[in-house]
Design a protein around this ligand. Structure first.
Ligand code: NDP
Ligand code: 2IT
Length: 443
C-alpha cells in the first residue's frame, strides 16, 4: 500500500465515526501522494502520521443556568492541531451539530489555510454544541463565561488564539474576552474578531467575504475576465455571505440569492443588502422576512439555492451543503466558477464533477483564508499596540488573497496540474508546514 493510503487507513480505524475528519484528511492526503513519492524523507520522519494526529485535544463540561433557572450542560472543545509555524489559530463554532469529528476536520483544514496566508500561524479549532439561536443575551453571556472559564487555561496570545466561526460573532467574542481578562488579569490579544474599542482590527468583520471575492477576482483576471455583470449565487446569510455579497456587488456583479437553514430567497433584481443586514445583523431574524422588504423577491422553504442559474456560485453556509446533484444542476445551468467561502461546503462528488466538467473550482482553505489572515493582522496590531486604518488592512488583505491565488496557481502548474486549485492549495499549504516540521525534529 502507498504511504498516503496507509496513513489514511490508520486514521480511519483510529478515529471511528469522525466522518467529516476522514473526508477532510482524504482530500488533502490524496493531493500529497505525488509530493511524498518525490520526497521519501517525509515518510522516514513519520511526517504524515504526525500531521494527522492533533498535538492536543481538549474536551470539557460547560454548565450554565438558563432564564428559567434550569441547569444546562454543553460540551466544549479545543483541538490544537499543529503549531510548527506559529501559535495555534482558528475559530470557535457554536452549533448543535458540533462534535469532535467536526472540530477536527476544521482544525485540520486550518493548518493548510493558515500556512497559505504566509503569516506565522498554526492550526487549531474549537467550539461547542451550544445553540445560540433563540437564547437571550444573558443566556449567551452565561454560556460564554462558563466556556471561557475552562478554555482560558489552554490559550494565550503566544499559545493559541481563537476567533469566531458559525454562531460566534462580535457579541460572543466580547463576552469571552471579558471573562478571560477577569480571570487572568491580562489585557492581551488572545482572541481575534474583537470589538474596535478593545483591540479589534478594522475590516476583520468584512475580511472573509471580501477576501473570497478578491480571490475570485484574481482568478477571473488571470483569464481576462471580471465580476462585471456576472450573476452570482451565494448561500448562507451570516458573516461570510453578507460581506461576499457586498464586495461582489461593489465589483459590478448581480447577486441573486441568500439562504439560512430554513429556506432561501431569490431576488432577480439583486439582493438588497441593507435589508439583509437589518434582518440578520440587527434583528437576528430569519431569511423569509426578506420578502417583507422586497415584495418582488421569492422565498422558498428548504434547500434549493443551487437550482438558481448563475455564472458564479459562492457557497458560504456550512460543510457538505453542495452535493453531487447540486453540482450537476449548477453546471447544466451554465455556472463556470465555484469558490468556497465556507469550510468544505462541497462534497467530494461535487468537487469531482466540477473538475471533470472544466468548472474553475477554488477550495475553502485557499478562498476563505482572508478571515484568518486578517485575524493575524489583528494579532500584529495588538502586539505593536497600534491600530491600522480600514484602508491599510483592506489593502493588506487584498494583497494576501492575490498572493494565495498566484501561489496556488503556480504550484499546480509546476506539478502539471494547471487550473487545479485543490491540488495547488493542498501542496503549497503542506510544503511550508512539512519543511518546518522536518527542521524541528521528531516532536
Ligand atoms: P454565521 O453563523 O455568521 O452564518 C452561518 C450561515 O450559514 C447562517 O446563514 C446559517 O443559517 C447558515 N447555515 C448554517 N448551517 C446551515 C445548514 N445546515 N443549512 C443551511 N444553512 C446553514 O457563520 P459564518 O458566516 O461565520 O460561517 C459560514 C461558513 O464560513 C462556515 O463554514 C465557517 O466555518 C466558514 N468560515 C468562516 C470564517 C469567518 O471569519 N467567520 C472564516 C473562514 C471560513 P442559520 O442561521 O439558519 O443557522
Ligand atoms: O475558518 C476560519 O478560518 C475561521 N473561522 C476564522 C479563524 C480565525 O482565527 O480568524
Amino acid at each position: 500500500m502507498s504511504y498516503v493510503k496507509d496513513v489514511l487507513a490508520q486514521l480511519v480505524s483510529r478515529n471511528p465515526g469522525e466522518k467529516e475528519f476522514h473526508q477532510a484528511a482524504e482530500e488533502v492526503l490524496d493531493s500529497l501522494a505525488v509530493i511524498t513519492e518525490k520526497n521519501p524523507q517525509f515518510q522516514k520522519a513519520g511526517l504524515l502520521e504526525r500531521l494527522v494526529e492533533p498535538e492536543r485535544q481538549i474536551m470539557f463540561r460547560v454548565p450554565w443556568v438558563d432564564d428559567n433557572g434550569n441547569v444546562q450542560v454543553n460540551r466544549g472543545f479545543r483541538v490544537q492541531f499543529n503549531n510548527a509555524i506559529g501559535p495555534y489559530k482558528g475559530g470557535i463554532r457554536f452549533h448543535p451539530s458540533v462534535n469532535l469529528g467536526i472540530i477536527k476536520f476544521l482544525g485540520f483544514e486550518q493548518i493548510f489555510k493558515n500556512s497559505l496566508t504566509g503569516l506565522p500561524i498554526g492550526g487549531g479549532k474549537g467550539g461547542s454544541d451550544f445553540d445560540p439561536k433563540g437564547k437571550s443575551d444573558r443566556e449567551v453571556m452565561a454560556f460564554c463565561q462558563s466556556f471561557m472559564t475552562e478554555l482560558c487555561k489552554y490559550i494565550g496570545a503566544d499559545v493559541d488564539v481563537p476567533a469566531g466561526d458559525i454562531g460566534v460573532g462580535g457579541r460572543e467574542i466580547g463576552y469571552m474576552y471579558g471573562q478571560y481578562k477577569r480571570i487572568t488579569g491580562l489585557y492581551e490579544g488572545f482572541l481575534t474578531g474583537k470589538g474596535i474599542p478593545y483591540g479589534g482590527s478594522l475590516a476583520r468583520t468584512e475580511a472573509t467575504g471580501y477576501g473570497l471575492v478578491y480571490f475570485v477576482e484574481a482568478m477571473l483576471e488571470r483569464r481576462g475576465d471580471s465580476f462585471k455583470d456576472k450573476t452570482v449565487v451565494v448561500s448562507g446569510s451570516g458573516n461570510v455571505a453578507i460581506y461576499a455579497i457586498e464586495k461582489a456587488q461593489q465589483l459590478g456583479a448581480k447577486v441573486v440569492t441568500a439562504c439560512d437553514s430554513t429556506g432561501y430567497i431569490y431576488d432577480k433584481d439583486g439582493i438588497d443588502l441593507a435589508a439583509l443586514k437589518e434582518i440578520k445583523e440587527v434583528k437576528r431574524g430569519r431569511i423569509k422576512e426578506y420578502v417583507q422588504y422586497r415584495p418582488n423577491a421569492e422565498y422558498h422553504d428548504g434547500v434549493g439555492v443551487w437550482s438558481v442559474p448563475c455564472d458564479i456560485a459562492l457557497p458560504c453556509a456550512t460543510q457538505n451543503e453542495l452535493c453531487g446533484e447540486d453540482a450537476k444542476m449548477l453546471v447544466k445551468n451554465g455556472c463556470k466558477l465555484v469558490a468556497e467561502g465556507a469550510n468544505m461546503p462541497s462534497t467530494p462528488e461535487a468537487v469531482a464533477y466540477f473538475q471533470e466538467n472544466g468548472i474553475l473550482f477554488a477550495p475553502g482553505k485557499a478562498a476563505n483564508a482572508g478571515g484568518v489572515a486578517t485575524s493575524a493582522l489583528e494579532m500584529s496590531q495588538n502586539s505593536m499596540r497600534l491600530h491600522w486604518t480600514f484602508e491599510e488592512v483592506d489593502a493588506k488583505l487584498k494583497g494576501i488573497m492575490r498572493n494565495i491565488e498566484a501561489t496556488t496557481s503556480e504550484v499546480s502548474k509546476e506539478y502539471g496540474m494547471e487550473n487545479n486549485y485543490v491540488f495547488g492549495a493542498n501542496a503549497a499549504g503542506f510544503l511550508k508546514v512539512a519543511n518546518a516540521m522536518m527542521a524541528q525534529g521528531i516532536v
